[in-house]
Design a protein around this ligand. Structure first.
Ligand SMILES: NC(=O)c1ccc[n+]([C@@H]2O[C@H](COP(=O)([O-])OP(=O)(O)OC[C@H]3O[C@@H](n4cnc5c(N)ncnc54)[C@H](OP(=O)(O)O)[C@@H]3O)[C@@H](O)[C@H]2O)c1
Length: 331
């Protein structure tokens, strides 16, 4: 029996192309002492992976050309040489874009797939959900009655941010690409409004949707969207710089024009990386889990079938082709 892997074949120059990946068969890995062999069932595709394809200094190391693409998976233990895991256990792993992976027991987390689908641990009860929770509550600090704007609003992080803010008693306005996503954000997720930035009049539409200005911007996109949002920010408002996906494929950084708003409005603008709260993940997961169990958080997945289609799924994610948390079904 063979393993199958997706390798980084070359570094993208601008937009990611299929040639940047190579799908290969590989020998089945064998676990050593203290290790576990996992058959991956779900692979998470996330925007941060685009950064790992570049050879630049960042908060995490790049993937080397020829290496397996990084990523989180949920899988099933096939063979264990670690006392904490047994055959059949469901685990969260960092084994990347491959069908089978070996991990040290201390790098695995058991997941309880009896009450929610195992794939949730890659989304609403995983890294994206945690990002929404910590970014909103620790940096955005929304107060009842305030207006919260979130970009990439139908996505894995944005959808959770907006629902949490709504629960705090805020007016919540999403920004998303296209009518279909905007309708979902309002009708299914319960946001008060959603602006379609592809309609070409973002500033006017945002002004109309936020008559009292913006108190919290949860920024997932950057570029022209952030520059436009800056024009409507209120005095003493907060901007959570969570992601700048509009810039990930760009050869040059976007030239922001509205920085003056940060000064005159005394805006607190802070970048975030979710790992900084890793010691508190349990607290956030308990709260997110309770909300999911109570039916208070809606969640959507965008599923690509089969490892060989992971590159296509990833390219779709970077251009808005996904609708919900992007996953690859492997098993
Ligand atoms: N800081 C952290 O620790 C952390 C952790 C997780 C995620 N993030 C960031 O959070 C953001 C959302 O991540 P996610 O996993 O939830 O992804 P997602 O929102 O599920 O998917 C990405 C979405 O970004 C939007 N998008 C892509 N290219 C765009 C462009 N050029 N202009 C405007 N919108 C574009 C698309 O939505 P539309 O079709 O609506 O445009 C697409 O569906 C990303 O920027 C990611 O890097 C940060």
């Amino acid at each position: 029996m063979n393993n199958r892997q997706v390798l980084l074949a070359s570094r993208p120059q601008g937009a990611v192309t299929p040639e940047n990946f190579r799908v290969v068969d590989a020998p089945m890995p064998a676990p050593g002492e203290g290790e576990v062999l996992v058959r991956n069932l779900w692979l998470s595709l996330d925007p941060y992976m685009r950064g790992r394809m570049n050879d630049v200094k960042s908060y995490a190391p790049s993937v080397a050309v020829g290496d397996v693409m990084v990523g989180q998976t949920v899988g099933e233990v096939v063979e264990s040489r670690h006392p904490g895991f047994k055959k059949g256990d469901k685990v969260l792993t960092g084994t990347g874009w491959q069908l089978y992976g070996v991990a040290r027991g201390k790098d695995l987390m058991l997941v309880d797939a009896s009450r929610v689908p195992a794939s949730y641990y890659l989304g609403i009860l995983g890294m994206p959900g945690l990002t929404a929770w910590f970014g909103l509550f620790e940096i955005g600090k929304p107060q009842a009655g305030e207006t919260v704007v979130v970009s990439a609003a139908s996505g894995a992080v944005g959808s959770v941010v907006g629902q949490l803010a709504k629960n705090e008693g805020c007016r919540v306005v999403g920004i998303a690409g296209g009518r279909r996503k905007c309708d979902y954000v309002v009708e299914e997720l319960g946001f008060d409004a959603c602006v379609d930035y592809k309609a070409g009049k973002l500033h006017e539409d945002l002004r109309a949707a936020c008559p009292k200005g913006i108190d919290v911007d949860f920024e997932n996109v950057g570029g022209e969207i952030l520059d436009t949002v800056l024009r409507s920010m209120n005095p003493f408002s907060r901007i959570v710089v969570c992601g700048l996906i509009a810039e990930y494929d760009a050869k040059e950084p976007y030239g922001y024009k509205m920085l003056r708003s940060v000064l005159v409005n005394r805006i607190r603008m802070q970048g975030m990386i979710v790992f900084d709260w890793k010691d508190r993940y349990g607290e956030a997961l308990a709260d997110l889990g309770a909300r999911v169990a109570a039916g208070k958080l809606r969640y959507k997945e965008s599923v690509v079938e089969g490892l060989d289609n992971a590159p296509a799924g990833f390219m779709a994610l970077l251009t808005g082709g996904n609708f919900g948390k992007q996953l690859v079904k492997l098993g």
